[in-house]
Design a protein around this ligand. Structure first.
Ligand code: SF4
Length: 346
């Protein structure tokens, strides 16, 4: 593995810095069912606040990522490519070789206290999930949230992990002194699709329980409805079931995002597709013929459908903190799903 000379985005006032040296890597495995087959590489990072490259489409400038790799193992994960920078495999290796920056909280506290740091918003969970399973053992997030709270530094967290509820009191305290934003990612509520495409994540219903618990605690929580997966999760009835469940959980907003397939994720996703839904391979090749993103017309169509449903179910910030009583029909009452959506241009 290539630990030396590894650089990440720049930190405050720094040029690209080596993240860690070979002498500070400790490799561990744990013989408990939840960590079976996973190898942890504990490193002492040299920088923890990273600047997002200027050309990025992301709406934030600074991130903190205490982990690399993610045992949530989403087949489509766009962060897979980053494992190749460590000479690690972007498929199974990304799911099972987890880099842990064990000094993240102390390093963050130090960097937040630097005169060079201007107190900008910090986004977490934007590369890999900071509440993945490893966090249950390493407990880095409590120290990170505490450091941000001490410095009244605004921050946001995006996660699929129910473990975030462990830190509810810390989040409440942070919300008293600074702006915080929490989003949970739920692209669909179809259990079959979940089991195959997001095999290491908590079920969508459990993630929506997180939204509900945060709302009840007075912490507004949005849902990133991502990814909407073409032909597998984009039927109008599926979109409706998902938005209805999101509304019922008390989400303050819903933001749809269509699947994108960048290099690293694309190969892994397409091999999964060939194994599970071979009849869709040609259609995907056409839909993503131009590159990593689905065509604009398709993205617009999904966005419009989701926004209309959100309006119908009354999702909006004015309802934040008050979970609505929207009845979610039992599975048997759901309308039967016809074949996956046919796209007229394909
Ligand atoms: S939870 Fe997020 S970071 Fe983890 S594998 Fe899934 S998409 Fe990637």
């Amino acid at each position: 593995m290539r630990w030396e000379n590894l650089t990440e985005e720049t930190g405050p006032g720094r040029a690209g810095t080596a993240l860690f040296g070979a002498d500070v890597v400790t490799t561990r495995t744990f013989d408990t069912p939840e960590f079976r087959g996973i190898t942890f590489h504990e490193v002492r990072a040299r920088s923890i606040i990273n600047r997002v490259p200027g050309a990025s489409r992301m709406p934030f400038e600074w991130t903190v990522n205490p982990y690399r790799g993610c045992s949530h193992a989403c087949v489509y994960c766009f962060a897979r490519k980053t494992h190749s920078y460590l000479d690690l495999d972007t498929g199974i290796g990304f799911d099972s070789q987890i880099v842990v920056k064990v000094n993240a909280p102390e390093l963050l506290r130090r960097q937040l206290g630097s005169r060079r740091w201007l107190g900008d918003h910090i986004a977490m969970g934007t590369n890999v999930d900071c509440y993945q399973r490893a966090e249950g053992r390493y407990r880095l997030m409590p120290g990170i949230i505490s450091a941000l709270t001490e410095h009244a530094n605004p921050f946001s967290i995006l996660t699929k992990g129910t473990l975030i509820l462990r830190d509810l009191d810390l989040l409440r305290r942070a919300a008293d002194v600074t702006d915080i934003g929490i989003s949970v990612s739920v692209g669909f509520v179809d259990p079959e699709l979940w089991r195959t495409v997001e095999p290491g994540t908590p079920a969508p219903e459990r993630r929506l329980d997180v939204v509900r618990a945060l709302a009840e605690a007075g912490i507004g929580c949005g849902v990133l409805m991502a990814p909407v997966i073409p032909f597998l999760g984009d039927h109008p009835a599926q979109l409706r079931a998902t938005v209805r469940a999101i509304a019922a959980a008390g989400a303050t907003s819903v933001t749809p995002l269509v699947l994108h397939l960048r290099p690293g994720a694309r190969e892994w996703f397409m091999s999964w597709l060939a194994a599970h839904h071979p009849h869709l391979v040609r259609r995907y090749e056409r839909l993503y013929a131009e590159g990593a993103y689905a065509p604009k017309w398709y993205q617009r169509r999904i966005t419009r459908q989701v926004h209309e449903l959100a309006q119908e179910y009354g999702i909006g910030p004015n309802r934040g903190g008050t979970p609505r009583r929207i009845p979610v029909p039992a599975a048997a009452e759901e309308p039967a799903l016809p074949e996956p959506t046919q796209l007229t241009l394909l």
